[in-house]
Design a protein around this ligand. Structure first.
Ligand code: 0O2
Length: 223
């Protein structure tokens, strides 16, 4: 027999409660992400007004879809309840910040994480220690308070900082990875890793050029 299963009134009420809790959780993530993005925008505009250079090329935000949250929770054996998801899935809210220079990445991370209501949950520095395939970026999971009518929630937001060269490499590698559904031929994998080394040399060369133009100020903030 087909059709909807018989649901008791209690089942319907429970479903409505879960739906509302999930909606409230997602709102918290959206507001947390928007707040962190605004903090980064403020740093960008301040720098653009007061200094010659703008440390941020672009910022993008993304909220994981309910489907991909559930898929990730299943992969990582995280129970499907709000507290467990909040603890176990730390990239529901994500921000990507693309800078021109490596020095800008570290300066921005310092400025953001020095803000008193922002706490740092984890830092993964894949610039200092790239992944074996050559992936480089600095990942910081920060927590920021969001004040809803029900009280404050501390929302984790994953911020990925990288240079233009790192971003170009990562988006190309991502496309190749998906085209081959993760099973990338060995020769291509080697070329991808070589390309990451080329991107890293490009970052070094750009930093040298900047130093040649601005001297030591290039490493500490440009005037
Ligand atoms: P999306 O859609 O970009 O978010 P996990 O988060 O559990 O998968 P881990 O080790 O805790 O894994 O996280 P990690 O290493 O901090 O990296 C997670 C995110 O970094 C990925 O998110 C990618 O955005 C990016 N990333 C990490 N390694 C690579 C890589 O080798 N190539 C590329 N192109 N990106 C990478 P998601 O969830 O894959 O997707």
């Amino acid at each position: 027999m087909t059709g909807t299963p018989d649901l008791s009134e209690e089942d319907v009420r429970q479903f409505a409660r879960i739906r509302e809790d999930f909606t409230r959780m997602m709102l918290g993530y959206r507001f947390g992400m928007e707040q962190v993005a605004t903090r980064l925008d403020i740093l960008r505009e301040e720098s653009a007004e007061l200094h010659v250079d703008n440390p941020i090329e672009h910022i993008s935000t993304r909220l994981k879809s309910p489907e991909s949250i559930i898929a990730k929770a299943a992969r990582q054996s995280v129970p499907l309840d709000i507290a467990a998801l909040r603890e176990g899935i730390t990239d529901i809210a994500g921000i990507r910040v693309v800078c021109s220079f490596v020095a800008d990445v570290y300066r921005l991370v310092d400025s953001l994480t020095a803000q008193p209501d922002i706490t740092v949950r984890t830092v993964k520095d894949y610039i200092a220690a790239p992944k074996p395939n050559g992936y480089r970026s600095l990942h910081v999971i920060v927590e920021i308070p969001v004040f809803l009518s029900s009280g404050a929630v501390h929302v984790p937001v994953e911020v990925q900082f990288r240079t233009v060269a790192m971003d170009f490499w990562a988006s190309t590698e991502h496309k190749i990875f998906y085209k081959y559904e993760g099973d990338v031929p060995a020769d291509l994998r080697r070329r991808i890793t070589d390309a990451a080394a080329t991107a890293a040399r490009m970052d070094d060369e750009m930093a040298e050029l900047l130093r040649a133009v601005h001297g030591a100020a290039a490493d500490t903030g440009r005037e």
